[in-house]
Design a binder for this molecule. Structure first.
Ligand SMILES: Cc1ncc(COP(=O)(O)O)c(C=O)c1O
Length: 483
């Protein structure tokens, strides 16, 4: 006898346990200042050294999530707090978080049409939207103009792999004879992920040439030009020129147009690392300072920075997706070819998390104009802090291009130790969470605004708190120097 079909109902356990998660999420978002900027209880510390084992017998879903929620509260870096100024870790936007949750909950992958048709469609749509938002050239070829990755490191790696393939196509003879000596050029302020990627791709450490920067942290093009001429005369082949669009330390933008021209002159690949800074290309007033962006062969972008997605989503944008298709063939006897769009054939990843749904939800919810407003909240708060520091003779600023929401300064005459102590005290007393920056032989306090809800009043609060701390160290302003 065939059993009657099972009756299904909405699982009440999921709703109850999910409610706990949503409650914590909504309260961190809605009232971020009720949680400390950074906190780790002794228990979290102890269990990191001595991990607890998993229970032999399980518990209810509700109890499990109650436990997980409690653990999160006991060791939280509160990036949603308006005075969190560390490391370009954004307050995640609820639309992005909930979109990610939806993608994970249904376990869709955008890696293959048959495993996620809507996921594949959303991914193509988001890539298209990003290219257009940042003013990149329209895509050529039938494949999408980019791929999503787990972050900027992997996006840089894939960009460099494409650069290597171009080099090999250009120099088959020298490749065969072993006489090819490739070189990659980037400023000293470029991100360490490039060196890691080159290592993984099998390049020797001296393949990466670092070029000095000006006082703002932007690559010196004359030095690049001289180095290229010298290297070519010495038998090296420029494989890739990298322009940084928004350095991690100070948010500097390299002279992209100049670097692009040099790349063309030397037949080298032109890659832009805009992991953080490309977001600002959405603002016409900032994009004016990014000429040359459209000439790039590949561009790295992390939506988990100033596009307010949670950590772990990056992408590489390329004008010609066919190059990615040619770079990453994949298939097997178990994979029947159907002529569908399978993005695992143009990416290092096979099965992949569906993170573009969060970005899709964010852009749908805010609209492009709404997104620009959030960016302007951050650049406005950074400009205000810059102005406060510039008009106070007690502080000196690192001169910056005033485009990215990153500001670095130090109290005049402060020793390096004092700067470290001030930053630590800000964190310990729950006043703010800036970071320490070593810059051209001096130590600075660095503020990266990545929270679209940080207001002008918040940066004023921060400045006031710093002034008070300084006063503690030296009650009379006249005695402030040297500290
Ligand atoms: C300019 C730049 N490039 C690349 C990366 C690496 O990105 P991820 O940490 O997402 O791998 C970062 C990270 O901060 C960055 O600032």
């Amino acid at each position: 006898m065939i059993a009657a079909p099972r009756e299904w109902e909405v699982d009440p356990q999921i709703l109850a346990a999910g409610q706990r998660v949503l409650e914590l999420f909504a309260s961190v978002q809605g009232a971020p200042e009720q949680f400390p900027l950074w906190y780790a209880s002794d228990l979290i510390d102890a269990r990191t050294q001595d991990p607890a084992s998993m229970p032999e017998h399980g518990q209810s879903l509700d109890d499990t999530l109650a436990h997980a929620v409690e653990l999160m509260k006991q060791g939280l870096c509160n990036v949603s707090h308006p005075l969190y100024f560390g490391y370009i870790s954004p307050r995640p936007h609820p639309a992005a978080v909930l979109g990610d949750f939806l993608g994970s909950a249904l376990n869709q992958t955008p890696g293959a049409w048959r495993a996620g048709p809507s996921a594949t469609m959303v991914e193509v749509e988001v890539l298209h939207a990003l290219r257009s938002l940042f003013g990149l050239e329209p895509v050529v070829g039938r494949l999408p103009g980019g791929v999503f990755t787990g972050g900027g490191t992997l996006a840089n790696l894939i960009g460099l792999k494409l650069a290597r393939e171009q080099l090999y196509r250009q120099h088959p003879e020298r490749l065969r004879s072993g006489g090819l000596k490739p070189r990659i050029y980037m400023s000293r302020e470029g991100h360490f992920s490039v060196a890691k990627a080159l290592d993984v791709l099998g390049f020797a450490t001296d393949a990466l040439v670092e070029i000095d920067t000006d006082e703002q942290g932007a690559l010196l093009p004359e030095q690049l030009e001289q180095r290229l001429a010298h290297d070519v005369a010495s038998g090296y082949t420029p494989m890739c020129l990298i322009g940084v669009l928004g350095t991690t330390a100070t948010g500097a933008i390299d002279p992209l147009q100049h670097i692009g021209e040099l790349a063309r002159r030397y037949d080298a690949w032109f890659h832009i690392d805009g992991a953080a800074g490309l977001a600002l290309a959405a603002l016409p007033e900032a994009r004016r300072h990014m000429s040359g962006l459209r000439d790039a062969d590949s561009v790295t972008f992390d939506p988990c920075k100033w596009m307010f997605a949670s950590f772990g989503i990056g992408c590489l944008l390329v004008r010609n997706g066919e190059l990615l298709g040619g770079s990453f063939w994949a298939g097997g006897p178990y994979w029947e070819e159907r002529g569908e769009l399978d993005t695992f054939k143009m990416n290092l990843y096979g099965t992949r998390q569906f993170r573009s749904l969060g970005v899709w939800c964010l852009l749908q919810h805010l609209g492009l104009d709404g997104y620009r407003k959030l960016l302007r909240n951050m650049t406005g708060a950074a400009a205000h802090l810059r102005a406060l520091m510039a008009t106070d003779p007690g502080y000196c600023l690192i001169p910056d291009q005033q485009i990215m929401p990153v500001v670095a300064f130090r109290p005049v005459g402060a020793s390096a130790d004092l700067v470290t102590r001030l930053v630590a005290l800000c964190q310990q007393r729950n006043l703010a969470y800036p970071s320490v920056l070593e810059w051209k032989g001096e130590r600075y306090i660095r503020v990266a605004i990545s929270n679209y809800q940080t207001t002008l009043a918040d940066v004023e609060r921060f400045k006031h708190a710093l002034d008070e701390l300084l006063y503690e160290f030296s009650p009379s302003p006249l005695l402030r120097i040297p500290l």
